[in-house]
Unconditional design. Structure first.
Length: 94
């Protein structure tokens, strides 16, 4: 399958990946409608074991590992507890 740049909408995790992590004992928190633009609805993520949160703040204050497509902004970083991991594109982190 060939993807054109306009066809590709990135998400940090697809439902299949969420299911694999939850089977290994991870608790996955996902922001409401985070995968919608990529074709994954909240129901698919719930079925995979994710907990759907109403806001990013709910996730940021509880996370040990943050998986994110874009670098977190300063306000998001301020919500993260100390000594947490961020996985994602950090090139534009300011």
């Amino acid at each position: 399958m060939i993807f054109h740049k306009t066809d590709y909408i990135p998400v940090a995790a697809v439902p299949k990946t969420v299911a694999e992590f939850t089977k290994k004992g991870f608790k996955i928190l996902l922001q409401h409608n985070a995968g919608q633009a990529a074709g994954f609805d909240n129901h698919a993520y719930r079925q995979s074991g994710a907990v759907i949160c109403s806001s990013a703040a709910d996730i940021l204050t509880q996370t040990d590992i943050l998986l994110k497509i874009r670098a977190p902004n300063k306000s998001e970083i301020s919500l993260l507890p100390n000594n947490r991991f961020i996985i994602g594109d950090l090139r534009n982190l300011t």
